[in-house]
Design a protein around this ligand. Structure first.
Ligand SMILES: [Zn+2]
Length: 130
């Protein structure tokens, strides 16, 4: 169960991918050549979209703050490492002039319009490198 929530091709991520596709964005997935292997990359706009599961990334929301009831000594440090690792990757991306847009699982419950608005605001004209 936990394994299903973690990792790639999660339900929130699929939702984001479908919405981006429908909005005409071209994107790449899980680029290993970028710090942290970001979920969704919009190369044209040099934007990285990170889709965060609230629980896995310790979001400050009810779902994110629900602490694991079993194996606390295992999950506590593990979740903390998740956060740390992501913060480090994000700093590296920003240093390399990427724009990082973080989407939380709970944001998506209200739909995808907010994300599309945020993306449009963050888009910069990029030199076409393709
Ligand atoms: Zn959340």
């Amino acid at each position: 169960m936990m394994r299903a929530i973690r990792g790639k091709n999660t339900k929130p991520e699929m939702l984001v991918r479908r919405a981006l596709h429908a909005a005409g964005y071209r994107f790449r997935l899980h680029r290993r050549d970028l710090p942290g292997t970001p979920d969704v990359v919009l190369p044209r706009y040099r934007i990285v979209v990170q889709v965060n599961g609230c629980w896995w990334h310790g979001h400050d929301c009810p779902r994110g703050q629900r602490r694991p009831s079993t194996n606390v000594e295992y999950w506590g440090p593990k979740l903390e490492r998740n956060k740390q690792r992501q913060a480090t990757a994000e700093a590296s991306l920003i240093a390399a002039d990427w724009t990082v847009v973080t989407v939380w699982e709970c944001d998506l419950e209200a739909g995808i319009a907010g994300l599309l608005r945020r993306l449009r605001r963050r888009q910069r004209i990029q030199v076409d490198t393709s």
